[in-house]
Design a protein around this ligand. Structure first.
Ligand code: COA
Length: 205
């Protein structure tokens, strides 16, 4: 099975992908578990640096729980985490009539440097998009390099009326509409709408 043909699904073991490089015989995309959080934070620090916490996107993630079924990790054949992606509930501004526009914000997406270019990032992206679609989400927004994300269908269409809650390079502010024209007329600053982490612990008690 190729990395780009991972199976759809939202169960714990989502997919498996075989690649030919000897240092990475195989990897699989699975749901993140609570036990993964410190490995994920260490991976993000290594790959993205400390500056990651000063990004405008971080304002929409801080103290929030990722969207259900949309925190994924890539594991190598020994089970070590080599990639991570998470998606977050947001409101993508409002429509002219004042109604909020529920959507997802994707990020960060990160792959361990040693495994770059083996299809891990693409497998994470494709599985995340499939899960979002299966869960009924209508649009995914992100801030990232268009040269990478256009292969997954992310473009700047319908983004001119929208803004991040902080500085953003406009050409990197992209969306994938899972429902055609879903973001037509959406305008305003993105706001976080996910559960607060404190609410999650309250529920767990
Ligand atoms: C970007 C990232 C997730 C890609 O992961 P990956 O597993 O190497 O990606 P894949 O193997 O699926 O794809 C590799 C392809 O993407 C291209 N690519 C990787 N990063 C890119 C970028 N920033 N812009 C344009 N193309 C990029 C590679 O050149 C390669 O192209 P090819 O298929 O034509 O050879 C990874 O490099 C990473 O973690 N980077 C640091 C963090 C980051 O920048 N995250 C994304 C925010 S924009």
């Amino acid at each position: 099975m190729s990395a780009s043909s991972v199976a759809a699904g939202t169960t714990a073991e989502l997919s498996a992908a075989q690649v030919s490089a000897p240092a990475l015989a195989s990897f699989r995309i699975v749901h993140e578990t609570p036990a993964d959080s410190s490995a994920r934070e260490a991976l993000l620090d290594r790959v993205m640096g400390e500056g990651r916490k000063r990004k405008s996107s971080e304002k929409l993630r801080r103290k929030r729980v990722p969207a259900y079924g949309l925190a994924l990790v890539a594991r190598d054949d020994h089970g070590a985490m080599i990639g991570s992606v998470r998606l977050w509930h947001i409101s993508a501004g409002k429509k002219a009539g004042g109604e909020a526009v529920p959507a997802l914000l994707l990020g960060p997406l990160a792959v361990e440097d040693a495994y770059a270019g083996r299809g891990v990032g693409s497998a994470l992206m494709r599985q995340a998009i499939r899960n979002a679609q299966a869960l009924g989400h209508k649009a995914i927004l992100l801030v990232g390099d268009p040269e990478y994300y256009d292969r997954f269908g992310f473009i700047d269409r319908n983004m001119s009326g929208l803004a991040m809650p902080g500085p953003v390079e406009r050409h990197r502010f992209l969306a994938l509409e899972l429902e055609e024209n879903y973001l037509d007329g959406a305008s305003g600053v993105l706001t976080a709408t996910g559960k607060l982490t404190s609410e999650q612990s309250a529920i767990a008690v």
